[in-house]
Design a protein around this ligand. Structure first.
Ligand SMILES: [Zn+2]
Ligand SMILES: [Zn+2]
Length: 287
C-alpha cells in the first residue's frame, strides 16, 4: 500500500515568491514493520552482507577504570538500493548502501566524539555471492526490541515530497516574518532520504563541514522517533491512508513509531555525508 502525504494548505511560493529556489525534494521512506527480504531496501535487518566479511564492531568504550569494554557488534540500521533510490550519489560501480551504527552512547557532537561508531558501506550487489547469517548476540537478533537505537525490521514505501529548508538556512530577508504555515512545508518529519533537517533543539550549527575534507555536509538520512504526530491536532504528515487509525491503539503506534527507536531523547537525528565524496566518514547530529 502506498502512503500519501496531504498537499499543504498553503502555496508557499505564492505567499513568498522568494522561496521558489529553495524547494527541494525529500523522500519520505515511510518505514512500516514487516519482514523485508535480504536484498530489499529497508530499515533494520537483515543486510545483504558478504559471507566472508567480518561484522563491524565498535571498540571505542572503556569502563570507569579505563579498561576497554567490548568490542560491541554494530546494529544494522538501513539498506538502500540504487534501483529504489536513484537520487543517492552512489560512488561509481556501486548500487547498494548499508548503514550500521554502535548502539552504545557516544559523546556529542558528532562526528568528533563518534569515531568509528557509524559506518556506511557502498557495495556492488553483483559481487555478493553468499550472504552472511547474523550471529547470536548481535543487535536485533533476539526476540526483545528494547534497545533505543536498534530499528525493528521495516519495509519502505518511498514517497517524494517537496519541502523547504529549516528557516535558519534561509537568507535573512526571506526568513523574517514567516508564519506558522512555514512549519507545514518545511523539514518533513520522520525517516527520510535527503532534504533538510530541523534544528529546533540546538539551532543550526555554525559549520556543517566534512571532517575529512572540509566541504559542506549534506543530509543523507534522517531518523525520527515519530513519523507524524497525529491525534487531535491537524497533522499534514499523517499519511492519508492511515487516518482511520485510532490514537492509543497498537496499529496507530506501529504506524507513528514504526522503527521503535527513541532517537535523541524522542526527537530526530541526521546522518550527514560529504557532498564532495560520500565515502568520507559520516557525521551524525541528534535533536
Ligand atoms: Zn560505540
Ligand atoms: Zn569530504
Amino acid at each position: 500500500m502506498a502512503l500519501t502525504t496531504a498537499a499543504p494548505s498553503v502555496d508557499p511560493v505564492r505567499l513568498r515568491p522568494g522561496l521558489a529556489p529553495y524547494a527541494r525534494t525529500t523522500v519520505r521512506l515511510h518505514p512500516r514493520r514487516g519482514t523485508p527480504g535480504v536484498t530489499d531496501s529497508h530499515l533494520g535487518g537483515p543486510l545483504y552482507w558478504p559471507a566472508g566479511e567480518p561484522w563491524p564492531h565498535c571498540a571505542d568504550h572503556r569502563d570507569v577504570n579505563g579498561r576497554p569494554l567490548g568490542p560491541y557488534p554494530m546494529a544494522a540500521v538501513a539498506q538502500l538500493t540504487a534501483a529504489d533510490f536513484p537520487e543517492i550519489p552512489f560512488p561509481a560501480g556501486t548500487d547498494l548502501v548499508q548503514v550500521l551504527w554502535c548502539t552504545d552512547w557516544h559523546d556529542q557532537p558528532h562526528p568528533e566524539g563518534w569515531g568509528q561508531s557509524c559506518r556506511v558501506f557502498w557495495r556492488r550487489t553483483a559481487e555478493i555471492t553468499a550472504v552472511r547469517e547474523p550471529a547470536a548476540g548481535e543487535p536485533g537478533t533476539g526476540d526483545a526490541h528494547d534497545e533505543d537505537m536498534v530499528p525493528r525490521p521495516c519495509v519502505l514505501r518511498p514517497e517524494r515530497v517537496v519541502e523547504y529548508p529549516w528557516y535558519e538556512e534561509l537568507p535573512g530577508g526571506l526568513r523574517e516574518g514567516l508564519g506558522e504555515w512555514y512549519e507545514e512545508v518545511s523539514t518533513v518529519p520522520g525517516c527520510k532520504l535527503g532534504g533538510a533537517m530541523g534544528w529546533a533543539t540546538t539551532d543550526l550549527p555554525t559549520a556543517l563541514d566534512c571532517g575529512d575534507c572540509g566541504r559542506p555536509l549534506a543530509l543523507f538520512l534522517q531518523f525520527d522517533t515519530y513519523e507524524f504526530l497525529g491525534g487531535h491536532e491537524p497533522d499534514r504528515w499523517w499519511p492519508l491512508e492511515e487516518r482511520h487509525l485510532l490514537p492509543g491503539t497498537p496499529e496507530f503506534t506501529a504506524a507513528r513509531e514504526p522503527t521503535g527507536m527513541t532517537v535523541g531523547r524522542g526527537g530526530h537525528a541526521g546522518l550527514f555525508l560529504c557532498s564532495a565524496d560520500p565515502t568520507h566518514p559520516p557525521s551524525f547530529f541528534t535533536q
